[in-house]
Design a protein around this ligand. Structure first.
Ligand code: AMP
Length: 284
């Protein structure tokens, strides 16, 4: 597996592979990789000739009060996992490599979409995500890029950005990978102590209950959301940021949970903010 730290190196390898007629798949990550990330690499491996994974904790998507400094990092472990899953090249740039000093060019969706859900408490988050993903698309120029449903709002925003900015890249959404007890895998799960780890199960419990209600034919979103909220608020260590039902494309709130509706939540367990969701009728 090639470890590339510069944009120039990535471009050279990609050019060579293109010359050989290979298709390229990109999996953007912030590292501290787990089975959720691995599932994206496996999917890319099965659909593309060459697989590029970026491993970069992107500072522009963190607000000053967030966990940029403490975000977990373990590049050696990441390389091991990536090698095992057949990644061809890991792009591991420094912040200086990715951002010009005083960089002030951003890619941003300017309507309500990035202000919904996670955007309410993370106002600059999706601007940072769109900017870095856009840069990665320009650097790697992949045929396909793979994103997890775990970050469903991000997936919807990237799909829209690709459409509106005319990137000729196919965006592939991949299902949520969970721990055996249900907790959605996340690099941030490492912040949880033993007591919090147990408490964190209220997220998946609420997701599973919500999904069950919808499958049984309940479509009134307030009915579904209030049952989900009750599961979460019963846990003293949990504090709801949001539990919402939105249109899966526009992220606008809906009153009925029909196919394609995203039911998403962000919940603080102690100081750790975790997210989870389901899509009525499944991910398309
Ligand atoms: P991150 O490193 O957290 O920025 O995530 C990188 C990519 O992996 C994003 O597309 C995430 O949605 C995806 N991802 C993270 N956790 C999971 C998971 N548990 N299951 C599936 N995909 C995931």
């Amino acid at each position: 597996m090639i470890i590339a730290k510069t944009i120039k190196e990535v471009r050279e390898y990609v050019k060579k592979w293109r010359g050989e007629g290979q298709s390229i798949g990109l999996v953007p990550t912030m590292g501290y990789l787990h089975d959720g990330h691995a599932s994206l690499v496996d999917k890319a491996r099965s659909e593309c000739g060459k697989v590029v994974v970026s491993d970069f904790v992107n500072p522009t998507q963190f607000s000053p009060n967030e966990d940029l400094q403490s975000y977990p990092r373990d590049f050696e472990h990441d390389c091991k996992l990536l090698e095992e899953h057949g990644c061809d090249l890991v792009f591991y740039p420094s912040v200086e490599e990715m951002y010009e000093p005083n960089a002030a060019t951003y890619v941003e969706i300017l309507d309500e979409m990035p202000k919904q859900l996670c955007g309410k408490t993370r106002p600059i988050h999706f601007r940072g995500v769109c900017t870095v993903v856009s840069k990665l698309f320009n650097i790697v120029q992949p045929d396909k890029a793979f994103f997890g449903q775990k970050d469903a709002q991000q997936l919807a925003i990237i799909r829209r950005m690709v459409k509106e900015m005319s990137y000729g890249i196919e965006i592939i959404g991949c299902p949520i990978v969970r721990e055996s007890d249900g907790l959605a895998k996340s690099s941030r799960n490492t912040y949880l102590n033993a007591e919090e780890r147990k408490a964190a199960l209220v997220l998946s419990k609420a997701v599973f209950r919500g999904e069950e209600l919808v499958k049984s034919g309940v479509i009134d979103s307030e009915k579904v959301l209030s049952e989900m909220r009750a599961i979460i608020t019963a846990e003293p260590l949990a504090k709801i940021d949001y539990v919402s039902a939105v249109d899966g494309v526009t992220m606008q709130p809906v009153t009925e949970i029909t196919n394609g509706v995203l039911v998403a939540m962000a919940v603080y367990i102690g100081k750790t903010r975790l997210i989870d969701n389901f899509i009525a009728g499944g991910l398309k």
